[in-house]
Design a protein around this ligand. Structure first.
Ligand code: ASP
Ligand code: MG
Length: 401
């Protein structure tokens, strides 16, 4: 059975009218004989609203309870979309993560999918129904509801596509992937196609169009992803395996990540075991560390700076307080006014000079950067938010993005 998995994000299902208009398009496709599994997010900003309610009670809510709360957002959407499809005379059924049997581990708020049972879905498809699945949620072996991390509906969609051997179409409020987020740089160009690695860098570096885990999953299971506008009538961007027809530029795009927090730990006694201790404590809390820099030893002490996501602040504070007990000489501070800018391109593997061009641009324009890291296909800098617009403009100009 040829199946298409479609996913609609929060803004695409942000009102009853929008839900009804999506229902109409789905019914049209169904009438043309397509077998559809539709994954949806919570309406508009409702996940944020739920989160804000929890934060009125405590700044650091219990994660099992938070998952219980946040998973309700998607349930509202699946019920309404399914009703809207039914109202148009087409058979539909809504399914929670648990009803599909999306089994995850028990890492609440960042759960990983272990298995998915396709039989329930195949049965409903053979009854000619459009299946509407709640994104972002799963269930543990014990029956506890979990969520997959913010933006996790994309991962739900790609995982379902992988298990159903289906194509995956992700509809959103932008009409494809641009060289730079058009909200930040209106002159950015739309990309026809990208390879998984580029998209992975763009997403993990904060392009914000599609969730990183979803791309990793798509790469692993070779699921091509179409990313397009929720009106479903304009060409979008295809993310797939690299092929020779893709344009060979050194730099394909630039991504901007505003959700970073720079943490500095100073006066660490100079000994590799201390550095290891810091990062293993952080890792034990499942906090992902991104850019790391270390100063040369001075008076037998070093300073380390690294970046994490802003949401990890509370968990991280606990780690650092613990650490200060063990290493009383250390001090720590946070800087939440930095932005990470990354230029990305598979072309960098074979073309040199990108880093030197960037250093020139920063120095000519008097833009100060705090950290630099590179990967095979990207170079990233942290800059102060006051310099962001200027940095975007000058870099875009140099690399014709
Ligand atoms: N509703 C969830 C969120 O806002 C999941 C998603 O939209 O993908 O993060
Ligand atoms: Mg999203």
């Amino acid at each position: 059975m040829k199946i298409n998995v479609l996913k609609f994000g929060g803004t695409s299902v942000g009102s009853i009218e929008k839900i009804q208009s999506i229902a109409k398009k789905l019914v049209n496709r169904k009438k043309q004989g397509e077998n559809l599994v539709v994954v949806v997010s919570a309406m508009g900003k409702s996940t944020d609203e739920l989160l804000n309610m929890a934060k009125l009670i405590t700044p650091n809510p219990d994660k099992r309870e938070l998952d219980m709360l946040l998973s309700t957002g998607e349930q509202v959407t699946i019920a309404l979309l399914s009703m809207a499809i039914n109202a148009l005379g087409c058979k539909s059924i809504s399914m929670t993560g648990s009803q599909v049997s999306i089994k995850t581990d028990s890492t609440h708020s960042k759960a990983r999918i272990n298995s998915i049972d396709k039989d329930n879905m195949l049965n409903y498809l053979s009854e000619d129904r459009i299946i509407v699945v709640a994104g972002f949620q799963g269930v543990t072996e014990n029956g506890d509801i979990t969520t997959l991390g913010r933006g996790g509906s994309d991962t739900t969609a790609v995982s379902l596509a992988a298990i159903l051997n289906a194509s995956c179409e992700i509809y959103t409020d932008v009409d494809g992937v641009y060289s730079i987020d058009p909200r930040k740089y209106p002159k950015a160009k739309k990309l026809e196609s990208l390879d998984y690695d580029e998209m992975l860098e763009m997403a993990s570096l904060g392009a914000g169009i599609i969730d990183v885990r979803a791309i990793e999953m798509a790469h692993k299971y070779k699921v091509p992803i179409f990313i397009g506008l929720n009106t479903m009538d304009v060409p979008g961007t295809i993310v797939k395996e690299y092929d020779d027809n893709m344009e060979k530029k050194a730099v394909t795009g630039m991504s901007i990540n505003e959700n970073i927090l720079m943490v500095s730990v100073s006066d660490i006694p100079f000994d590799a075991s201390n550095v290891a201790r810091i990062f293993s404590k952080i890792a034990s809390k499942n906090i992902i560390v991104d850019m790391i820099s270390q100063t040369a030893p001075h008076n037998n002490q070093i300073n380390i700076s690294f970046t994490v996501e802003k949401d990890d602040l509370y968990d991280l504070e606990a780690v650092l307080i613990d650490l200060k007990d063990e290493m009383p000489s250390c001090d720590f501070s946070f800087n939440d006014e930095l932005i990470k800018l990354s230029v990305v391109g598979v072309g960098m593997i074979s073309q040199s000079g990108v880093a030197s061009k960037l250093f020139d641009v920063f120095s000519e324009n008097n833009i100060h950067f705090y950290q630099v890291t590179t990967s095979e296909i990207s170079i990233s800098y942290t800059v102060h938010s006051d310099d962001l617009d200027r940095a975007i403009n000058v870099i875009a100009k140099v690399f014709k993005l």
